[in-house]
Design a protein around this ligand. Sequence first.
Ligand code: SAT
Ligand code: MN
Length: 597
Amino acid sequence: MTSTLDALNRWVDDVAALTRPARIHWCDGSQDEYRDLIAVMLERGDLIELNQATHPGCYLHRSDPQDVARVEKLTLVCHPDRDDAGPNNQWMDPHEAHARIDALFEGCMAGRTLYVVPYCMGPIGSPLARCGVEITDSPYVVANMRIMTRMGKAALQRIEREGHFVKGLHSTGELDPERRWIMHFPEELSIKSYGSGYGGNALLGKKCHALRIASHQARQEGWLAEHMLILGIENPEGEIHYIAAAFPSACGKTNLAMLIPPEGYRNQGWKIWTVGDDICWMTPGEDGRLWAINPEAGYFGVAPGTSEKTNPNALAMLHRNAIFTNVAVTADMQPWWEGLTSGTPATDWQGRDHDPAAGPAAHPNSRFTVAASQCPSWSPEAESAQGVPISAIVFGGRRQSLVPLVFEARNWTHGVLVGASMASETTAAATGQVGVVRRDPMAMKPFCGYNYADYFAHWLSFDTPNAKLPSIFHVNWFRKDADGHFLWPGFGENMRVLEWMLKRVTGQAQGRETPIGILPGEGELDLDGLGLDRATLDPLFEVDRAGWQSELEAIRAYLDDYGPRMPKALRDELQRVSDALQADLQESSTPRKAAAS
Ligand code: SAT
Ligand code: MN
C-alpha cells in the first residue's frame, strides 16, 4: 500500500513534468518562509512596500488591469454528466476540459518556482475541517494562502493521517484573458486554474475548494458548505447566539460580521463577535442543531467603502501585516481607497498619477488580505474544533424596491424557498455589468458546485424529526426611495434587526404574519433615536401584495428553468405562498401598512 505522501509526491512529479518549473519549493508555513516570499516579491516588483512607519508589514500588489475580479464565464464545473452541473454552472466534459487546460499548463512554469502549498480549511484539529494542496507558480498566491488558511507543516501532517486531500493546480500563465480557465472536477476532488492571479480565481482554498468542491462533498456527506458570514451576538446577560448570513459578494458581509452595536446597545452590554466573514461549513450535531466552522483563517475583504463609519473594526486591523491588492496610495505610501475620510490618493491602483476625472483611485474590487485574529471583534470560538451552534440563518440581497427590511420564514421549507428566491443587483466582485438584478439563490450562484435543483433538495433534507434547525430570515438593507436615497441607515444600526431576530428565536417577539412571512410586530423592532419618519418607515415594513405577485411569478419561472429535478416540495411551497397572497389580495384591495415603530 502506498501512503498519501507517496501519492502527493507522484502528483507533484507529474505536474512538474508537465509544467517544467526551474525549482520546487514545499511550503512549511513558517514566518521565515513568509519573509523570504515577501523579499522575492519586492525584488520582482510583485509587491510594493507601503509606509512601514504607519503600516508595518503591509504591502501593495497591483494586478494586471485585465485580471481584477472573478470571471464566471470561464469558471467551469466539470461533472461527467452535464445535468449534474445544472443550468447554474458553465460546464465542459471533464476529458475535454483536462485536455484543454493541460495544453496551457505545458511548460508554463519554465524559469519559475513551483510552490507546493498544503493547507487546512478550518481549525487544524476540527473534524469538520478539510485539507487540500495547491500547486502554484505565484508567490503572491502562496503569501495570501498563508494568511487565508492554516498552511504548511500541520496541514501536511493531517493530510498524511487522513489519506485524502483536494488537489488544486494553479498557474498565472500569461495573464491573457483569452487563455484563462478556472475548472472544477468535483468527482476527482480537483481544481485546475490557469491564466489569472486574482483572489477567487487563484487562491484555490477559498471559493474553488471551500465552496464549489466542498458543496459537492457536503451533499455526499450530509453537511452544508455555504457563502455565509458567521457572527456571535452577546446579549447583556452574557449569552451568545450565533447567526450565519448569506449575501452575494461585495454586499457587506464583512461589515455585518464586524458590526459594532450603536452606543445605546453597547452601554447595555451588547457585543458582536466575528467568527467568519465569507464562508461557513455547517453540520448537524448530536443535539440536532447545526454547528458551524469558518474554514478560513483570514479575510479577503473589499477595501472601497471600508471606513470609520461603515466598519471601524476592519480599519483597525489594516494597519499592520496586511496585503493590499489594487488600492491607491497617498504621497507617503499609505494605502488609500474611496470611502476613507482622511488622506489623499496620489497614485491610482494602476500606478498612474491619480486623476479624479479618470475614475476611482482604488479599483472598486480592490481588496485587503489580513489574518482573522487581527480583527478587534474576532471570536476565540473561531478556533473551536466543534464549531458554534447556529440559532438563525439570514439571507439577503441588494434590492432597491419591494423587499422589506426583514422578514422571517414560517418554517424550514419556507426558509429554503426564501433562500432559493434570493435576487440581488450585481457588484464589481465579478467581471460584467454592475447593478443588474439577477437570481442568486443562497448567494451561491457563482459557487455551487452542482445542480441547484439538487442543492435545494439537499437543503430540504435537513428537516428531519430530531433536527433543531435554525430559524431563517431575509433582510434587505438596500431599499431606496424614489430619489435613490437609502431608506435604512444600515451598518451599526443593523444591530436593531439582529436584536429582533434574537427576540424571535428566544420567543420574546410575536411578529406579524403576512403571506410572505413574519414581519416585526408593532413596537418590536427598536427604532429609538433613528429619527426616521413614517414616509421612510412604511415602505421598509410593508408587503406590496401586487408587487409580490409579480415577484412570485418571476421566481416560479426561475425555478421552472431547472426542470423536473426541482424538488416538488419547493414548488408546493411557492404555490402555498402564492395562494396566501391571492387570498389576502381578495380580502383587501388596498395594501395594508405595517406599523413597526
Ligand atoms: O474573489 S473572491 O471570490 O475571493 C471574493 C468574492 O468575490 O467574494
Ligand atoms: Mn464572498
